[in-house]
Design a binder for this molecule. Structure first.
Ligand SMILES: NC(=O)c1ccc[n+]([C@@H]2O[C@H](COP(=O)([O-])OP(=O)(O)OC[C@H]3O[C@@H](n4cnc5c(N)ncnc54)[C@H](OP(=O)(O)O)[C@@H]3O)[C@@H](O)[C@H]2O)c1
Length: 238
């Protein structure tokens, strides 16, 4: 896909890798609808990126609100070419300490939210004459289970299964589906996690956005359906 003059939706666009995807896309000529709950942060990003970035204050766990927004924004003459399902939350606790709220929040944002938006965007993409691309941001935690992140693992393994089924379901409709499995990235995701400090050996947000750019720019009949990214040396250098 040539990114120039395309239309993209990025969830979790207010910060972290979602903000970086939005920058990368706008810098390459794409119009971006950036969804998140934090109005101020979305407005700051619009001040940086200009009118090609449309801030959309949205909680992706609310299917009715998503439905309203999709039906008023997209139609026959205005169809998205790219959907990046990126919004996510993480809590870490042993299973007997993980609260119901934490579990439900991870499943609702990381997995249900991906389904709620994708089911609304697929019909509009099917009408799009361009080859379209759905990118689901899972995590290395969607491939490997580990102690104290069972809820996060369950949500991200779910994203992997959803993505694999979807890639096989949508390939003949001209819609690519890629699941992305990054290791640790230097963002705010670990803020709520005790004992998990960010450090310079984590991947940079631009490492991930440049790889996503590469995925999007592949030839129309070439699909990379899964990709894993890791820091070479993941240890804190200090
Ligand atoms: N950082 C890592 O090491 C890492 C590694 C692998 C995978 N990932 C995945 O990468 C994705 C992005 O994470 P990040 O590292 O960039 O974290 P981040 O900086 O904490 O950003 C998370 C984004 O998700 C949005 N979000 C959370 N709940 C939402 C909701 N209910 N509705 C709409 N948006 C919501 C947040 O916006 P608001 O708070 O404004 O709503 C924010 O924009 C996540 O899916 C995460 O699991 C991260």
């Amino acid at each position: 896909m040539n990114l120039d003059s395309k239309i993209a939706i990025v969830t979790g666009a207010s910060k972290g890798i979602g903000a970086e995807f939005s920058r990368m896309l706008v810098h390459n000529g794409t119009e971006v609808y950036g969804l998140a709950r934090s109005k101020d942060k979305l407005n700051e990003l619009q001040a940086e990126l200009g009118d090609a970035f449309h801030p959309v204050v949205m909680d992706i766990t609310k299917p009715e609100a998503l439905e309203k927004w999709v039906s008023k924004t997209f139609g026959r003459n205005h169809q998205p070419d790219i959907l990046i399902n990126n919004a996510g939350v993480m809590y870490s606790d042993n299973v007997d300490d993980l609260s119901l709220d934490e579990w439900h929040n991870m499943i609702n944002v990381n997995l249900n939210g991906v389904f709620y938006l994708t089911r609304l965007i697929v019909p509009v993409m099917k009408e799009n004459e361009n080859v379209c691309h759905i990118i689901n941001i899972a995590s290395i935690a969607g491939l490997l289970g580990n102690p104290s992140i069972s809820g996060y693992n369950a949500s991200k393994f779910g994203v992997r299964g959803f993505s694999e089924a979807l890639f096989k379901e949508l390939r003949y409709d001209g819609i690519k589906v890629t699941a992305v499995f990054p290791g640790s990235i230097n963002t705010d995701l670990f803020d709520k996690i005790e004992g998990m400090e960010n450090h310079p050996n984590m991947m940079k947000t631009t490492d991930i956005s440049s790889t996503v750019k590469f995925l999007l720019e592949t030839d129309d009949n070439y699909l990379i359906n899964e990709i894993t990214m890791r820091p070479l040396n993941p240890k804190d250098p200090s």
